[in-house]
Design a protein around this ligand. Sequence first.
Ligand SMILES: Cc1cc2nc3c(=O)[nH]c(=O)nc-3n(C[C@H](O)[C@H](O)[C@H](O)COP(=O)(O)OP(=O)(O)OC[C@H]3O[C@@H](n4cnc5c(N)ncnc54)[C@H](O)[C@@H]3O)c2cc1C
Length: 409
Amino acid sequence: MFEWSEEHQMIREAVKRFVDDEIRPHVEELEHGDLPPYDILRKLFATFGMDAMARDRFQKQIAREKAIAAGEAEATPPKERSGGGDSGMSLIPIIELCRVCPGMVTAMGVSMGLTSAAIMSKGTIAQKERWALDLLTMDKVGAWAITEPGSGSDAFGSMKSTARRDGDDYILNGSKTFITNGPYADTTVFICKLDEGNPPEQRKVLSFVLDRGIPGFVQSKPLRKMGMHSSPTGELFLDDVRVGRDRLIGETEDLPAGGRDGAKATFQQERSGVAAMALGIIEECLQLSVQYAKDRVQFGKPIGVFQLIQDKLARMEVARMNVQNLVFRTMEMSAAGRTMSLAEASAMKLYSARAATEVALEAVQLFGGNGYMSEFRVEQLARDAKVLQIYAGTDEIQITHIAKDLLRA
Ligand SMILES: Cc1cc2nc3c(=O)[nH]c(=O)nc-3n(C[C@H](O)[C@H](O)[C@H](O)COP(=O)(O)OP(=O)(O)OC[C@H]3O[C@@H](n4cnc5c(N)ncnc54)[C@H](O)[C@@H]3O)c2cc1C
């Protein structure tokens, strides 16, 4: 049976305390965009030694890669043969932060997850040392940019951003939108197509690393949006940005599995993380709803005695159990050193995102008029939850991935 271990429970309590002391008092400023989330995230990393652990893991990995390059070590690390580590330790902060401020997890996940992973999975050792370590420790903020005004779900098919060769350099052009951390990123992974005068559908997909302030690269102010206010989202504009090959991830136009494959691996990782985010939102909504059902009196009785309210609580609990089991499955698979198929990760994301949105909206309903007021917090969680059904692939796109897998041969 898979359960939270005693060690997990202890870490959860400690993270809960951090959230109560360091995040809850600032939710208003974070929600109104007056306070970017990064300094609080850095404090979280320092408090739990997450920065030191990331640095240690990074240094070990780089030492191994250097040894492999020098022919002094085997390519398959012993850990991968016998299983991975305890992913619960990295999921717990996601769950606990999402109970209060899911936007902080979006900002953190895109920076130290997606952006650093894009560099760590396909970059050269020099590129990893130059950019990825600072992202993994949250010393620097990262953004990962694939979406464009005209290309979202059909990210590659409709992509207009280009790289053109110019001597030893590349000239980058294009615009990106809805980019998490876009306004504040120090390091941006920009995904585009190599324009060799060939038809767009035949072009290679390349990823470049851009630093803030590079000539021709403009990062917009945060966009106004429905929720996730503690996660700044913006636009990026590139006008004849000249970069050397040292900024092309992998320093080759011909990565072994191709540029599209790198971006797809990123989708898979994103989707698994969403279940943990959903669990945090569901747990908080359920806890607040149970308390409110006991405290709120109408018709001379606590509303929890009414069967229609009980039905809501019971459905929330079923969702909590199911999503928690999906999180346990992620932990189990990671401990066994296995990765989920894209279809399974999609199924998990689809279910969890819908469950979080439904639970949060039902919590608003259970709170009545108070549910519509910010003070009671469930309205923020309902607005925040909705985007789980949109980013990292919409519900409809998850469904197409699941069905494609089911109908294959
Ligand atoms: C808060 C936020 C943060 C984000 N962060 C990032 C980020 O950091 N980096 C990044 O690159 N992107 C980011 N995105 C973009 C996000 O990934 C896209 O919004 C998402 O993939 C959907 O693309 P779209 O908005 O263009 O919608 P569209 O693709 O235009 O979809 C519109 C509607 O059509 C449906 N649809 C599309 N194709 C099909 C189909 N084949 N079958 C059935 N229905 C279909 C969709 O499901 C949707 O309902 C973010 C978005 C948001 C809202």
